[in-house]
Design a protein around this ligand. Structure first.
Ligand code: ZN
Ligand code: ZN
Length: 402
């Protein structure tokens, strides 16, 4: 080949590299492509059927003939479909999943309990279905449907003269309470997510050194969670060193960790859609008197709530179990947030566990217990674990040392 000059030489050089790479790949692979893992297994048909049955009895209770589900977690929970776009229309005898061409094939594998409709956006599909089904009352999820979507739905119904027989009913919190009681399949996925963040805490906490930045610790923790089986993180990792720990939701920055100061690490993994959420507070080097004192109060507040909460208590009762101990120790004003929250497909979901939370805690519910004490100028201590409630009380699902 003639010798090329200038930029051509570079191109020639690059082409040469590409060719030799292709040769290499031919040697090891059957073709110029990569093979990807199988898509995640669909939620079991029986689980989805049980979830739908529970929803349908709710519809009857609320005197609704049908419901339009648009909230992503509810859509996934009720169908098993994991795509990022689509709506469900559920009546007492029909379940329809409407999604666009990117997802119809995936939906037909993942949601065998549903009739799959291929749509192109807009509400035409729903209007057509409503003409057929003629529900008197159609519920929609008022916390999810935007004002713009609602307005365009009303306009589409008016245009089709469907408003004469169907009325739209705003619902809120219809599916969320169903999600609070976890079935076996959900518990298995939750446990995998919990195990990934537990293992990362266990492996990496002892390796945190003086001089590492908050950002570095966050990144190493995220890597470790992926190594231990996480599909992704379930929320932005919090690492708050020294005085930064006084802010419960501090974003990790370039602050270097100093000897003897508390470091709050709050993080979570996601596996099969399910989230974990765990907090540990660690010290590099020797812990001083102050740290030991605060840590002991927070830990005894946490253990007290975990080992005395009972089904039938409200979220507020449970919150009080920890809060009373922190208040008695003189730090009531330094515990500004709720004791915990439900966790599942969303990292924060029902039940609420905090002051003024009337939610009744029932067997099968999964929630966090995370008391904390935050002192301006000094820092914070928070300890968080996920527990499951059964008839006898709560059992922690996370086991990282604390
Ligand atoms: Zn957390
Ligand atoms: Zn939490």
């Amino acid at each position: 080949m003639a010798r090329l000059e200038g930029p051509y030489q570079q191109i020639d050089h690059r082409l040469g590299r590409i060719e030799s790479q292709l040769d290499q790949m031919n040697g090891t692979n059957s073709g110029h492509f990569m093979t990807a893992a199988e898509p995640p297994r669909a939620t079991g048909e029986n689980e989805v059927k049980a979830r739908l049955d529970r929803l349908i009895s709710k519809l009857a209770e609320q005197d609704l003939d049908a419901i339009l589900i648009s909230a992503p977690e509810n859509r996934r929970y009720l169908s098993g479909f994991t795509g990022s776009a689509g709506s469900l229309l559920i009546t007492r005898d029909r379940s329809v999943l409407a999604t666009d061409s990117r997802y119809t094939e995936q939906a037909s594998h993942q949601a065998p309990n549903y009739e799959i409709l291929r749509i192109r956006g807009g509400w035409g599909w729903l209007v057509e279905l409503l003409k057929e089904i003629r529900p008197k009352k159609l519920g929609f999820e008022s916390q999810d449907l935007t004002v713009a979507s609602y307005t365009s739905l009303v306009n589409a119904l008016k245009e089709a003269e469907a408003m004469s027989y169907v009325s739209l009913v705003a619902t809120s919190g219809l599916v969320e309470p169903l999600r609070t009681i976890k079935d076996q399949e959900e518990l298995a996925l939750l446990q995998k997510a919990i195990d990934a963040s537990d293992a990362a805490m266990k492996a990496f906490c002892p390796m945190i050194q003086e001089g590492m930045t908050e950002r570095e610790v966050a990144w190493r923790m995220e890597l470790a969670m992926r190594d231990f089986g996480a599909d992704s993180i379930s929320f932005e990792t919090i690492v708050a060193a020294g005085p930064n720990g006084a802010m419960a939701h501090h974003r990790p920055g370039d602050r270097q960790i100093l000897r003897g100061e508390p470091v709050v690490i709050d993080m979570g993994a996601r596996v099969g859609g399910y989230c974990s959420d765990i907090t540990r507070t660690v010290v590099v080097g020797e812990a001083d008197e102050m740290f030991r004192k605060i840590y002991d109060i927070v830990l005894s507040a946490q253990l007290t709530a975990i080992y005395t909460v009972q089904p039938g208590m409200t979220g507020e009762d449970c919150d009080n179990l920890s809060r009373a101990i922190i208040t008695e120790a003189g730090y009531g004003d330094n515990f500004g947030h709720s004791l915990g929250h439900g966790v599942g497909l969303a990292v924060h979901e029902s039940p609420r566990v905090g002051p003024k939370a009337p939610d009744e805690l029932k067997p099968g519910m999964v929630f966090t217990v995370e008391p904390g004490i935050y002192i301006t100028g000094w820092g914070g201590v928070r300890i968080e674990d996920i527990v499951i409630l059964d008839q006898g009380g709560a059992t922690p699902l996370s086991k990282a040392p604390k």
